[in-house]
Structures are given as structure tokens and as C-alpha cells.
Design a binder for this molecule. Structure first.
Ligand code: PRX
Length: 649
């Protein structure tokens, strides 16, 4: 496909907060003198005590990242209280239920009331500053209240995506020793119920075996479905909140006090607790939200992510609310009750800014244009994409059919670790190239290096690093700072290594090519192949497993599993089904294997290391280019793997 450039749209330019000259000017200032730049923009949030120090960061040695360190602030105060005088009656959250007839609008005044009451419930149940609160919830306003109530009293929240299994939830409860859980009776997505309370009961029991005793479980009544109840531990949310006082002073938090932990997958071991802190994070997400989406006062903004992922944290809740926006929260799925759902919701609530994932765009493109064109979408002004590389075909469809060539598409590259958007177009400033995340946001200094760590200049392809800190950056891996240093700063000394491959073109545009480590991205959900492998080998019939990603039309990447069975076990479709079921139970439905190949042997070097390069090629059905296999302990396994591959084109 020939590469196309879409010039900045006139209508985007005429109203934009940042034009091309301003972008270049600010960008230069931001990297030349970060202290001055962020010292100025740090004031976009309110501080109880202003900071005098701006940046104190080092990517070498023990790696220490501090921003605005002597300032005092509070996130819930910035997201609620400071707006009350001017926009108390403005809608803060539009909630659109799974059922299209189910919706709610919550004003900033109501948000204040709900968050204060819940903060008081947390306090009266013994939750204190620094305590970890696990949130395992559907996409209902109470999830946002829960986050904000934690920040109000300085508790650290750890949200676990509602699609994770009891085992995965338990692992996350244990890792951060969280003794308070907020959940709902059941979730509702696409007309299907998800037994959140039941899963929580199981997870609490599993956590108990590791000596982490969950003392209280606060339960929102969402469906009124039947649940088991433990009187000494379980509390109904609606009863407790009704009894609580409607005011709760915001705790004065240091800028570097922890705000939240969010578990994410890496190439090895169990998921890491990514820790974000208070001041720098809020400055960064509010600023990116405003400029990347060209957000103006009064805009209706919708990000379709789940609060269980970082996109939900930064761009459903914290960024938009810090900016006094109206943010839409959607409980359902893109194709229920029909593939017009997104576009219907846009018309119903007159959405101006819409932010979603390539996997959803591809699925809706597949459903046919008629589902889109029968809706108006007149209110739309800016479209966004996040989570995985967007293929130019899907980009063009999004731009031409959904946006009718009137809305810039901002393809935003970032990560759980980066807290906010890093490489992205700005609607009124950046010419767009479909498939490219384009250019860095203010203060972000990307660098490409080869495998030896040598810096690549100009047009090049290599490993993407960031050379200096930005305020939204993660500060540590919760409870394991050494792992933080090892994972992100040891591959290329003195640089933050993203784990992504990337190409820079002659215009200085960045094109993310995908992960270069053993992390895969399935429908925008990030997963470690090692996690799926360890789920597989915990099945009685499995002796060894190797998992790789392969290109998948809809999901971006699919999960391809090579499984070696125990003596006496026989592979077949029944066992395949059982293994899928097993992985779903261990991790959750998002980790369901797409292909399982029973393989008596795996390609290993003489020292026993599995050669994943070969497995990836076979999974891609591209075995003509296997490269050198002569170093394998037993080169004949490759023939067997090719003969029995599950992906013949
Ligand atoms: O590989 C990149 C991909 O998603 C990874 C980060 O995943 P996660 O921490 O779950 O955060 C997702 C939401 C921010 C990255 O390392 N990724 C994310 N956005 C893009 C992307 N790849 C290409 N283009 C993007 N716009």
C-alpha cells in the first residue's frame, strides 16, 4: 500500500489549541529546559502547597524519579472540588448501560456527594492512607467513585479487570496485600452476566491460603442476582453509602505519594504492579487529555476502554475529570444489541471526541458500512485510537467512513508504564499518516537503538527507548524496585526501554512495529507468553508448552500454543477444548488460546533453550524463512512441527 499523508484539516486547525508552530516551539522548550516547561504546566492542577522543586530524576544507578516532590495536592480534589463553583451542575459522567435504555447522568455536585460518602465508608471500615484497596468492578459509575474515594483519603487502588479469573484476582490481591475489595454482585456485558461477587469469594479464599486475609468486601448491587453472603465480611454498598456523611476533607498528599497500582504483563514472571504517583501523573494525564484530543470546555468526550486498563484510568477518569470534562462511561460491548451501538451512542449523547481501539475498529469495519452510515455522527470532531498498531486499512475506514473525512484520527502510542500518551498527532498541528503514531508529545524524547545499544539516527528501525523522564512515568514496580531497574533500565543503560520495535521515517515520524519481547497484544489486551505457558503446564496432561503470537485479522495477534504432553496422554480436539477451558480458568477469557498444536518435541538449543524465533515463524506460516536450524539439539523436530501446523493458509 502506498503511504498517504492527510494534511491537517482546516476545521481542526481553525479551532485548535495547538497549531504546528506552537507544537514545534513548545516541544523545543520542553526538551531544552524541562524544569521550566513543567514548572509552568504543573500549575494546571491545584496545589495545597505549591512545589518549588520540579524535576529530580535519574535513569542510572538506583533509578529515582520524582516530580514536583515538595508540593501537596489531592487527586479527587482536582477532579471534583475545584470544579464545583463553576460547574457543579454540569454533567461529569454520562453512564450508558449495556442495555440501550439504561443510562444516567451524574453532575459534579453529585459526584462530590457520592465520592465523599464512599470515602467515609472506607474510613469507617479501617482503610487508611497508604492501604491498598482492590477494585474488581463492571463499568458502572461506582467504579469511578471507588477510584476517587481512594484518592480522597490517600488509599492506593489496584483495579483488576472484571474479565480476570478468581486465580488472577487472588494473585493481585496477594501481591499488594490488599485487605479491602470493592466489587459488584454481577457485571453485565452484551446481555451476559459475569459473576463478580462469586469470583471475589473464590479469590478471597485463594488469597487466604497465602495468608492475605481480606477483611471487608463492599458489594455494589448491579443486577440483584443471587450471591453468597458472609455477614462478618460483606457489606452492601448502597446501604453503607446511604448511612455515610456527605462530606469528607481531601487528604493532603505529597506529589510522590502512591496513587495506584495496576498490574501488567511482562516478558517473564508474574504480572508486575506498575506504581503511579500523585502529582506528576495528574499533570501529565490532564495535559495530554486536553491537547491530544483538542478538548474544549463543554465537549462530550467518550473513551470506550475499561477502567481495568490504564486507558480507563487516565482517559476515562483522571484526565477528563481533572479538566472538568463530561466523560462517557460505557458498560457494554461494540456489537450489542447491534454493530451500530457505538454510532448510536455517539448520536444519543452528541459525542464530540471518541477514543477506541483498533480491534474494535476492525471488527466494526467487518460488520459493513451500513451500520455506520445509517447514523448521523454529526457531533464528532476528533477520533482516537490506542492499544496496538492500527493497520492503514482500518485507519482509512475510521477516517473516511466513521469520520467522513472531517475528523482527524489521533493514533496514540503509550503504555501502562508511561501513565499517559507519549507519541501522537495533535489534531490542529500534525499531518497524519495512516499507521503512524507520528511525533512525540511535549517533553518526550524517543530514541531508536540497535540490539547492541548503538543509537540510530535519521531514517531507521530499531528498539524504542525514551531518554529522559516525564511526569506521568511509573515510579517503581510495587514492592520490587530491583525488578523495575532490571526490566526497564538495564537493557540499554541510562534509557527507559519500552519493549517496542519502531521505525522512524524521513519526516521524523514514528511507526510502532510491535513488541520485540515475549509480550503479545491480543485485541489490545497485553499478555505475557510466559503467563499462558505456566497456565498450560499446570494442566495434568501437559509436560511442556511454548506460546507465541501470530498475526490475526481481527485481534491483531492471536495466541498460538505448542504443547508437549505427558507420557500416556493423547492429544485431540477434546483435550484442546479442555486446555482452552483450563487457561480461561487460570487467567481469564482474554487469554483463550486460538491454536493448539500438540508437539512431541520443541526446537531447543543444545543448552535446552527453546528457539522461539522458529516457533514464531511456523505460527506465521512462514517456514520458508526459518533461518539456521543447525544449532538445534534435534533438528528433526522442525519437520514435525511444520507438518502438523495448525495454521495452513
Ligand atoms: O506494544 C505497544 C502497544 O501496547 C503496548 C502497551 O500496552 P498496555 O500497557 O496494555 O497499554 C495499552 C494502552 C496504552 C505498547 O508497548 N500499543 C499501545 N498503543 C499503541 C501500541 N502499538 C502501536 N500503536 C499504538 N497506538
Amino acid at each position: 500500500m502506498t503511504q498517504k499523508t492527510h494534511k491537517v484539516l482546516k476545521q481542526a486547525k481553525s479551532r485548535a489549541l495547538i497549531d504546528s508552530d506552537t507544537y514545534h516551539d513548545w516541544y523545543k522548550q520542553s526538551v531544552k529546559n524541562p524544569e521550566k516547561f513543567w514548572g509552568k504546566h504543573g500549575k494546571r492542577i491545584d496545589w495545597f502547597k505549591p512545589y518549588t522543586k520540579v524535576k529530580n530524576t535519574s535513569f542510572t544507578g538506583k533509578v529515582s524519579i520524582k516530580w514536583f516532590e515538595d508540593g501537596l495536592t489531592n487527586v479527587s480534589y482536582n477532579c471534583i472540588d475545584r470544579h464545583l463553583k463553576t460547574r457543579g451542575d454540569q454533567t461529569a459522567i454520562i453512564w450508558e448501560g449495556d442495555n440501550p435504555y439504561d443510562d444516567r447522568k451524574i453532575t459534579y455536585n453529585e459526584l462530590y456527594d457520592q465520592v465523599c460518602r464512599l470515602a467515609n465508608v472506607l474510613k469507617s471500615n479501617g482503610v487508611r492512607k497508604g492501604d491498598r484497596v482492590t477494585i474488581y468492578m463492571p463499568m458502572i459509575p461506582e467504579a469511578a467513585y471507588a477510584m476517587l474515594a481512594c484518592t480522597r483519603i490517600g488509599a492506593i487502588h489496584s483495579i483488576v479487570f472484571g474479565g480476570f479469573s478468581p486465580d488472577a484476582l487472588a494473585g493481585r490481591i496477594v501481591d499488594c496485600e490488599s485487605t479491602f475489595v470493592i466489587t459488584a454482585d454481577e457485571g453485565l456485558r452484551g446481555g451476559k452476566k459475569i459473576p463478580l461477587k462469586h469470583n471475589t469469594d473464590q479469590a478471597v479464599a485463594i488469597a487466604g491460603r497465602s495468608d492475605v486475609v481480606v477483611k471487608k468486601v463492599l458489594v455494589v448491587q448491579r443486577t440483584a442476582g443471587k450471591v453468597d453472603w458472609f455477614d462478618s465480611r460483606d457489606i452492601w454498598y448502597h446501604e453503607a453509602v446511604a448511612r455515610a456523611k456527605p462530606d469528607c476533607p481531601p487528604a493532603k498528599m505529597k506529589a510522590e505519594d502512591p496513587l495506584f497500582i495496576l498490574y501488567t504483563s511482562g516478558s517473564t514472571g508474574k504480572p508486575k504492579g506498575v506504581l503511579h504517583t500523585t502529582g506528576g501523573y495528574l499533570v501529565y494525564v490532564s495535559m495530554t487529555h486536553q491537547y491530544v484530543f483538542d478538548y474544549h470546555d463543554g465537549d462530550i468526550y467518550w473513551c470506550t476502554a475499561d477502567v481495568g486498563w490504564v486507558t480507563g484510568h487516565s482517559y476515562i477518569v483522571y484526565g477528563p475529570l481533572a479538566n472538568g470534562a463530561t466523560t462517557l462511561m460505557f458498560e457494554g460491548v461494540p456489537n450489542y444489541p447491534s454493530p451500530s451501538r457505538f454510532w448510536d451512542v455517539i448520536d444519543k449523547h452528541q459525542v464530540n471526541i471518541f477514543y477506541t481501539a483498533p480491534t474494535a475498529i476492525r471488527a466494526l469495519m467487518g460488520a459493513g458500512d451500513a451500520h455506520v452510515t445509517k447514523t448521523s455522527r454529526k457531533s464528532l470532531r476528533t477520533l482516537g485510537s490506542v492499544g496496538e498498531p492500527i493497520n492503514p486499512e482500518a485507519w482509512e475506514w475510521y477516517y473516511n467512513v466513521v469520520g467522513e473525512k472531517k475528523c482527524p484520527v489521533v493514533d496514540t502510542w503509550w503504555q501502562t508504564e508511561t501513565g499517559g500518551i507519549m507519541i501522537t498527532p495533535l489534531p490542529g498541528a500534525t499531518d497524519l499518516k495512516p499507521g503512524s503514531a507520528t511525533t512525540p508529545f511535549f517533553g518526550i524524547q524517543p530514541q531508536l537503538v540497535d540490539n547492541d545499544g548503538d543509537v540510530l539516527e535519521g531514517t531507521a528501525e530499531g528498539n524504542l527507548c525514551i531518554t529522559d523522564s516525564w511526569p506521568g512515568q511509573m515510579r517503581t514496580v510495587y514492592g520490587d524496585h530491583e525488578r523495575f531497574i532490571q526490566t526497564y533500565f538495564s537493557t540499554y543503560k541510562g534509557k527507559y526501554f519500552t519493549g517496542d520495535g519502531c521505525r522512524r521515517d524521513a519526516d521524523g515520524y514514528y511507526w510502532i512495529t510491535g513488541r520485540v519481547d515475549d509480550v503479545i497484544n491480543v485485541s489490545g489486551h497485553r499478555m505475557g507468553t510466559a503467563e499462558v505457558e505456566s497456565a498450560l503446564v499446570s494442566h495434568d496432561a501437559v509436560s511442556e508448552a511454548a506460546v507465541v503470537g501470530y498475526p490475526h485479522d481481527m485481534k491483531g495477534q492471536g495466541i498460538y500454543c505448542y504443547v508437549t504432553l505427558m507420557e500416556g496422554a493423547t492429544g485431540g480436539d477434546e483435550l484442546r477444548k479442555d486446555l482452552v477451558r483450563h487457561v480461561r480458568n487460570e487467567i481469564g477469557p482474554i487469554a483463550s488460546p486460538d491454536k493448539i498444536q500438540f508437539s512431541p518435541g520443541l526446537p531447543k538449543t543444545r543448552s535446552g533453550k527453546i528457539m522461539r524465533r522458529i516457533l514464531r515463524k511456523i505460527a506465521e506460516d512462514d517456514f520458508a524463512a526459518l533461518g539456521d536450524t543447525s544449532t538445534l539439539a534435534d533438528p528433526t523436530v522442525v519437520t514435525d512441527l511444520i507438518d502438523n501446523r495448525q495454521n495452513k493458509k
